[in-house]
Design a protein around this ligand. Structure first.
Ligand code: GDP
Ligand code: MG
Length: 176
């Protein structure tokens, strides 16, 4: 039988990862198709953007939440994760520490998020290959270990940005 997917329902999608990895930039690129250079204030980014994407002719309404990394130390954490259907977990390929912290993020996700949350691991800033501190295979291997899809993205060039959100939407639709 055809699975019945509710097109009207907003799918809460959250952006997670260390401060500076490019969460806000990724959302701006996806939403507006542009890159605004320079750091966004850490306090900017609490809020959401609604975007409709079409997967196999079916509309998926994403409500994408962006937050500053610092939130994880506050009580807002639980609420932020609680009703998330999908989660884009980012590190910065030029920042080793942001990659090393991914395991801690996954632990936190396991603690707070729903068990069936859709997770995508994204190695952002792939336009900065000359300053790369994390090999692609390392990202791939970590993703494999946790059984989640992985891709490298660039909020600057737009590389794989639509692809990443579309892949999340596809997962959401399939599991509905
Ligand atoms: P957030 O703290 O995770 O929200 O990160 P921001 O979106 O504020 O980005 C932090 C810094 O990295 C800013 O200076 C951005 O312009 C820069 N940045 C974000 N994404 C990319 C990217 O894909 N490529 C490059 N070269 N810079 C990026
Ligand atoms: Mg931000």
């Amino acid at each position: 039988a055809q699975p019945c997917y509710n097109e009207e329902q907003l799918q809460k999608t959250i952006l997670v990862g260390d401060s500076g990895v490019g969460k806000t930039s990724l959302l701006v690129q996806f939403d507006q198709g542009k890159f605004i250079p320079g750091s966004f204030s850490a306090t900017v980014g609490i809020g959401f953007t609604n975007k409709v994407v079409t997967v196999d002719g079916v509309k998926v309404k994403l409500q994408i939440w962006d937050t500053a990394g610092q939130e994880r130390f506050r009580s807002v954490t639980h609420a932020y994760y609680r009703d998330a259907e999908a989660l884009l977990l980012l590190y910065d390929i030029t920042n080793r520490a942001s990659f090393d912290n991914i395991r801690a993020w996954l632990t936190e996700i396991g603690e707070y998020a729903q068990k069936d949350v859709v997770i995508m691991l994204l190695g952002n800033k792939c336009d900065m290959n000359h300053e790369r501190a994390v090999r692609s295979e390392e990202g791939e291997n970590l993703a494999k270990e946790y059984g989640v899809p992985f891709m490298e993205t660039s909020a600057k060039t737009g590389m794989n940005v639509d692809v990443a959100f579309l892949a999340a939407a596809k997962e959401l639709k399939q599991r509905a």
